[in-house]
Design a protein around this ligand. Structure first.
Ligand code: B12
Length: 235
């Protein structure tokens, strides 16, 4: 931090002011400030999940609104995304699981043509935190990449993310290809991303649409439990 007199000293702000300041710093793409603020909130006893949702996702929502309204442009949003990722990287190991038995495995990736990965990364982190093993395929995945990973990793769940109305139909391409190959019912398919909704999830043949990472964890647990019960009943 600079030593100029009028600089804001993050550690001197109370929690509410600090979160407000984080919204501003995320907006301005100030990665170091975001990282410092995350550490301060952790030191003050904040739960990693609360920092993630209240401060980081909260700040990104403001960025999203101004991007939509033409006030911010791609370079600024990229800076904001970089700052957000800096904060997420600190929280990731804290959310990660501590040795309890794995409850399932998920392969997740953003679909072809789409490079948005913050939401997907958040889902991955939360799933790991809840005890799932996660194989992250990254962004811009063609159907072949998903199929290869399903075969080599043998997960319980396939997760697909799309943030663009132009890329979300690609999820149907993947599910239809799985159906053609006779493997659709071998996996639980969860989909997510801001432009999706439940109706879309149903229409493309996914098992569920999840509006956020917390819902993704709950839904994944429910489906994996159901799958294991069915397997036990069938055995
Ligand atoms: C950050 C951002 C970018 C960054 C991405 C950086 C990165 N590394 O991800 C950059 C600057 C690169 C970018 C580029 C573009 N973007 Co953009 N971007 C956004 C923005 C502002 C935020 C997205 C985000 O990270 N949100 C925060 C996370 C936490 O939320 P989330 O992604 O929704 O994820 C949550 C849930 O949806 C769910 N979820 C997500 N994925 C999954 C997956 C599974 C399996 C499950 C279960 C759940 C789940 O859980 C997550 C956590 O709770 C949105 C605005 C918005 N309202 O979404 C626009 C937005 C998505 N972008 C948009 C556009 C138009 C673009 C560009 C085309 C702009 C351009 N002209 O170049 C390009 C496209 C590039 C491409 N080919 O993909 C539009 C899309 C409009 C539309 N109708 O399709 C939006 C909505 C902005 C707007 N209103 O105009 N963008």
């Amino acid at each position: 931090m600079s030593e100029e007199e009028d600089d804001i000293i993050l550690s001197e702000l109370d929690d509410e002011e600090l979160v407000q300041q984080m919204f501003d710093d995320l907006y301005d793409g100030l990665k170091e400030e975001i990282e410092e603020a995350v550490h301060i909130l952790l030191d003050r006893g904040w739960e990693p999940y609360d920092i993630l949702t209240k401060a980081l996702v909260g700040g990104m929502t403001i960025v999203g609104n101004d991007f939509r309204d033409g006030i911010l442009f791609v370079p600024e949003v990229l800076m904001a995304a970089g700052a957000m990722k800096g904060g997420m990287a600190i929280l990731k190991p804290l959310l990660a699981e501590t040795g309890a038995p794995r409850i399932g495995k998920m392969v997740i990736g953003t679909v072809k043509g789409d490079i948005h990965d913050i939401g997907k990364n958040l889902v991955s982190m939360m799933m790991e935190g809840a005890g799932f093993e996660v194989v992250d395929l990254g962004i811009n995945n063609p159907v072949e990449a998903y199929l290869e990973a399903l075969e080599s990793e043998g997960p319980d769940i396939l997760g697909m993310s799309a943030l663009l109305t132009t890329t979300m139909p690609y999820m149907k391409v993947v599910i239809d290809t799985m159906t053609e190959k006779g493997i659709r019912d071998d996996y639980i398919v969860l989909v997510g991303g801001a432009p999706l909704n439940e109706e879309f999830g149903r229409a493309i043949g996914a098992d569920a649409y999840c509006r956020d990472a917390a819902v993704a964890v709950e839904t994944a647990k429910e489906f994996v439990l159901r799958k294991h019960n069915q397997m036990a009943a069938g055995a």
